[in-house]
Design a protein around this ligand. Structure first.
Ligand code: IMP
Length: 184
């Protein structure tokens, strides 16, 4: 049986919504005049973020998804990133925004960015809702970050712990406890 844990709210749904509005304005300015922006979500953690972000973007957008191997069901990052599901569409000569839920060691987003850059998009930018700079193992900086957070394991707003808690509307920190609890 997994260790019992509780979830302490770290970032409210309201703060996330306000931050996404501000980020959308910056993205709009950066890609103003684009023919069509291909917004690429990294499955599965970005699905809530990308849904809210594209609805704030007043630009012609196409949505595509890519899936890379990451934590599996654990809490430890795998350094070798494999592409499990590739894009459906072509990005050559197109403007692309890669959307990630959280940057931890940096391996996933840096390797996915290199992979997509090799397909010669016109412009390629990256955004992550959360960033844990203290955990970085590779030198990678996204173009936009929603919130910098400390070295904590978080869930909610699309982000899971062993496939649970993605449906929480806020970002919460996992705190293990010895007392039995009903984790959501
Ligand atoms: P990185 O390759 O170490 O940067 O890890 C990025 C991926 O690890 C993210 O897309 C998440 O799937 C996962 N991850 C990193 N930190 C957390 C966390 O605090 N909670 C849940 N998943 C996380």
């Amino acid at each position: 049986m997994s260790r019992p844990y509780v979830i302490d709210q770290m970032i409210s749904a309201k703060s996330i919504a306000a931050r996404i509005e501000a980020l959308a304005r910056e993205i709009h300015a950066a890609f103003d005049g684009t023919d069509k922006l291909v917004v690429v979500g990294l499955l599965r953690g970005s699905f809530v973020f990308i849904a809210d972000l594209v609805r704030e973007l007043d630009l012609p957008v196409e949505v595509d998804f890519i899936e890379a191997s990451s934590y599996g069901d654990g809490m430890v990052s795998s350094r070798e990133v494999r592409i499990l599901k590739d894009l459906r569409g072509t990005i050559e000569g197109r403007d692309v925004l890669i959307v990630e839920d959280i940057i931890d060691t940096g391996h996933t987003l840096s390797q996915v960015t290199d992979y997509l850059r090799s397909r010669h998009p016109a412009r390629l930018k990256t955004i992550a809702l959360l960033d844990k700079p203290a955990r970085r193992e590779v030198d990678f900086k996204a173009d936009w970050i929603g919130f910098e957070i400390p070295d904590a394991f978080v869930v909610g707003y699309g982000i899971d712990f062993a496939q649970r808690n993605r449906n929480l509307p806020f970002i919460g920190q996992v705190r293990f406890t010895d007392k039995p609890v009903n984790a959501a």
